[in-house]
Structure formats: structure tokens, C-alpha cells
Design a protein around this ligand. Structure first.
Ligand SMILES: [Zn+2]
Length: 471
């Protein structure tokens, strides 16, 4: 074999390998091809810089330390404007940004705070505070700090877990689960009405804490069946949350979980969110698949279980990958080492979500899409990869087929606008003076969220201290 034959075989081998990367079978239009080149130029500039100076590569560094660097990235700016579909794995306790909590919630009247001896910050609404804690009015505490620092809240905020959706009225009495779900339903309806172009809806996954016994779990199953019967459009199914290594395993809760299967309740278990291998936590993945999960939350350990991966492929069960969450919660430090990189290289169906964005200063899906694009996709993942991720988020959502096709149609319109505007922005930038980024940004500012909170939102149980039915 001479050198040119060798090189030809090598080229063809690599080209063949590239066809397997997630999204590579997407066919791009001429305009999309141009946008792809714009995107890849920005991406390769960042990747080559990281290759030369590894310390500069943002996904290799802790998200908390590089948020503003990511915001300055040209790749991120493009991704931010891209319609990303649905967020399929987001918890309501950390759904909103911390800024929103501080700027909006903290000004509500009747909101009290108290720091427990365990250094947990409790927040609760009262007409008259009870004596269970040394409650102070948040508005008064705020007034005593002329320039309140967000870190004061973020470092100590903690919400006690609850077992049912049990928000509290201002007089301290609990809402029933039905009343709480009605609050969710009404809020979602109102938000859809306020944002008819950009938001199609949200669904609720009942997700109590997993550190429980069978008797408690049987109670949850009763709740679940009751809720699914009363709120079929709102309630998507069941999940269990909380630190998996410390929680009860799915196999030990099998008897009540099989009752869910018998009742045809869709399940979306968090499973295998762990660095361990061959222990009870990563084997939860096998049970999630045996219990016919619609999707698997995290599935971080899936690549260590080839037979389970095979089964997931047979069932077409996607993995909900939350890169920033996995890094901040210390499953992985350098996101190039995230196991989902292997899944992407093989074309395994994944969706990208943000888990608890408000807990680490993230919001929406753009940051997680950026990390996925730069670290999980490698240098060869291009616009096709991002497009596939957005399409997957709709394909694997739990809404009915009719709603799914409406979502897909709306997403395609947004996508086409994104393509043409990116094209004209970059063409103008090359030919003319620098574009006024403010005016362009205004045009796109809501695109990141165009579907980012609809379809399925994976809520853990509404927690007691957080939301109160307003009078
Ligand atoms: Zn989660």
C-alpha cells in the first residue's frame, strides 16, 4: 500500500465513522449549510484555542467559574438564539433563576424567612408567623441591606422535602394535592395565553423523594393513580428523586412500582445518576428499563451496562442528559469525559436538559446545549447535532401525537427564522459595518425559551416553603 492509498482508506474510515454521530443523517438546506459553516468556524476557533491552551477550554472547567466566559462565546450566542424544543427534565424547586427569586419573590408581602440551627434557610408565607422558628419578614430583612447580595440567599437556601404536592395557604393550612395541581394548571394556562407564540404548555411528573419504604411508596402510587385520573392532560407520569446513592433502589420498591405498570402510568425514573459501577444505584437503570420507562433521567452509568444500552435502543428509550448538573454535582469535572460523549458518537437517542438551572446560575437550555455541543459532540458534531437534539426533545416528549406535530410545526417555523436571521446577521457583519447587536438581540431574545419549558417538565413534589396560593 502506498501513502496515497493509505490516506484514502484512512479518510474513508473516518468519514464512515462520522456518519454515526447523533444527527448526522439530518439533511441540511443550502441556507442551513451556510449557517453550519458560520457555527463551525466559531466552534473550531474555541476548540483550537483549547487544544493549544487546554486551560482555556470552557467545558473542562467548573460551570460556576465560567458562566460569564460562556456568555461571551460566539458559539453560545448562536445557540442562545436557536429554538431548542422542549425541556424534558427540570425540577420546579430550581426552575426559575435566582435573580427572579430575589427580584420578584422576595418583594412579595407576607413572605417570612428563618435560618435553622442546621443553617438551612426556610421561606414561608404567613398571615401571622407561628413560633416554630424565629421568623423575620423578608421585605424587612431586605431593607436592612441596601445592596443585597445574591450569594446570601444562594448559599443557604434549602427547601424541606415533602411527599405530596402540598403547597400552603397563607393561613398555614395545606392545599390538597388536587388544589395544588389546579394552581399548576391555571398558571400554565395563563402563561400560554401570555406567550402564545413562544410557549405551548407544560406537564407535571409526580416525583416524590426516593428514600422511602414500601408502605410510603404504596401511598404515592395511590396518589399517582388518583392524580392521573383527575388531571390526565397535566399529569404525565411518575418519577422518584433525591440522591440516588442514598435512596431506596427500584428493585426494593418493586411491588408498589409494579402497581404503576398495572395501571398503565408512564414512568420517567431518574436512574444511574452515579459514578459507581456494579452497585445498586447503577443497576437501577436495568429496573427502569424492565419497568418500561418512557425516558431515563440522567442514565449516567448506562455506558457501563452494554446489555441495558442494547435494551434501551430496542425500546427506543432516550436518556435525559444534563451536562451542567452532572458537572456541578461532581459526577464529572471535565465534560469531555462525560459518558454521553460515547452515546453521541454512537448516535444513541438523547435529549439535553437543565435539571435544576436556578441552583447554579443557569437558565433555560442554552448553557447545557453549549456544553453538549462543545464537549459531548466533539469537533465533528455540527448544526445537524443541535438540530437533532431539538427534534428529539419533541419526539420524546409525552404529549399526544397531535400536540407533538403542532409542536414540531411551530418549532420548524422558529428554526427557519433562526436560520435566515443568523444568515443575514453574519452576511451583514461581513459586508457592512458591525451590526447593532442590541437590536438583533431584541429580535431574538425570547427564542431561547420558545419551547424550552413546554412539553414535559419533570417536577419533584412541590415543596412546602416555596409557593403559596395567593389570596
Ligand atoms: Zn433531576
Amino acid at each position: 500500500m502506498n501513502i496515497s492509498e493509505y490516506k484514502e482508506q484512512r479518510e474513508s474510515f473516518l468519514a464512515q465513522e462520522k456518519t454515526v454521530i447523533l444527527g448526522q443523517d439530518q439533511v441540511l438546506t443550502t441556507d442551513e449549510e451556510v449557517v453550519n459553516q458560520i457555527l463551525l468556524t466559531a466552534k473550531m476557533a474555541e476548540m483550537n484555542d483549547g487544544f493549544d491552551t487546554p486551560h482555556n477550554f470552557l467545558p473542562a472547567k467548573n460551570f460556576l467559574t465560567v458562566i460569564s466566559d460562556i456568555q461571551a462565546s460566539e458559539v453560545f450566542k448562536i445557540i442562545q438564539k436557536m429554538p431548542k424544543g422542549a425541556a424534558l427534565h427540570v425540577h420546579d424547586v430550581a426552575l426559575t433563576s435566582l435573580e427572579w427569586v430575589i427580584e420578584e419573590l422576595a418583594y412579595w408581602p407576607d413572605l417570612y424567612m428563618c435560618i435553622t440551627p442546621q443553617d438551612l434557610l426556610l421561606l414561608k408565607f404567613f398571615d401571622n408567623p407561628d413560633t416554630s422558628c424565629a421568623w423575620q419578614l423578608v421585605s424587612e430583612v431586605r431593607d436592612s441591606y441596601p445592596h443585597p447580595r445574591s450569594s446570601t440567599l444562594s448559599s443557604t437556601t434549602g427547601f424541606p422535602s415533602s411527599q405530596t404536592p402540598d403547597d400552603i395557604r397563607i393561613d398555614g393550612t395545606l392545599l390538597t394535592p388536587d388544589e395544588t395541581l389546579t394552581v399548576y394548571q391555571d398558571t400554565i394556562t395563563r402563561f400560554v395565553q401570555d406567550h402564545p407564540e413562544d410557549f405551548l404548555g407544560a406537564r407535571y411528573i409526580y416525583a416524590p423523594m426516593r428514600r422511602i419504604d414500601n408502605a410510603t411508596m404504596n401511598g404515592y402510587v395511590d396518589n399517582m393513580i388518583d392524580m392521573a385520573g383527575k388531571f390526565p392532560n397535566l399529569v404525565a407520569g411518575f418519577d422518584l428523586v433525591g440522591q440516588e446513592d442514598k435512596g431506596e433502589t427500584l428493585i426494593n420498591l418493586l411491588e408498589p412500582l409494579l402497581r404503576l405498570s398495572d395501571a398503565d402510568i408512564p414512568v420517567f425514573y431518574h436512574a444511574g445518576e452515579t459514578d459507581w459501577m456494579g452497585m445498586s444505584t447503577d443497576e437501577n437503570i436495568v429496573d427502569a428499563l424492565f419497568l418500561n420507562a418512557t425516558r431515563i433521567g440522567h442514565g449516567y452509568a448506562l455506558v457501563k451496562h452494554p446489555k441495558a444500552k442494547e435494551l434501551a435502543l430496542q425500546h427506543n428509550t432516550p436518556i435525559e442528559v444534563c451536562p451542567v448538573s452532572n458537572q456541578v454535582l461532581k459526577l464529572v469535572s471535565d465534560l469531555r469525559n462525560h459518558p454521553a460523549a460515547q452515546l453521541v458518537a454512537e448516535g444513541f437517542p438523547i435529549v439535553i436538559s437543565s435539571d435544576d438551572p436556578g441552583a447554579w446560575g443557569s437558565k433555560g437550555l442554552s448553557y447545557d446545549f453549549y456544553e453538549a455541543f462543545m464537549a459531548l459532540g466533539g469537533a465533528k458534531a455540527d448544526l445537524r447535532f443541535l438540530k437533532q437534539l431539538a427534534i428529539n426533545s419533541i419526539t420524546y416528549s409525552s404529549v399526544d401525537e397531535n400536540t407533538k406535530s403542532q409542536m414540531m410545526q411551530r418549532w420548524e417555523e422558529k428554526w427557519n427564522t433562526f436560520i435566515s436571521e443568523t444568515l443575514s446577521l453574519h452576511t451583514n457583519t461581513v459586508i457592512h459595518q458591525p451590526v447593532n447587536k442590541e437590536s438583533v438581540g431584541l429580535h431574538h431574545q425570547h427564542l431561547w425559551s420558545s419551547y424550552s419549558n413546554n412539553s414535559i417538565i419533570s417536577f419533584p413534589p412541590s415543596t412546602t416553603a416555596k409557593s403559596t396560593q395567593r389570596p
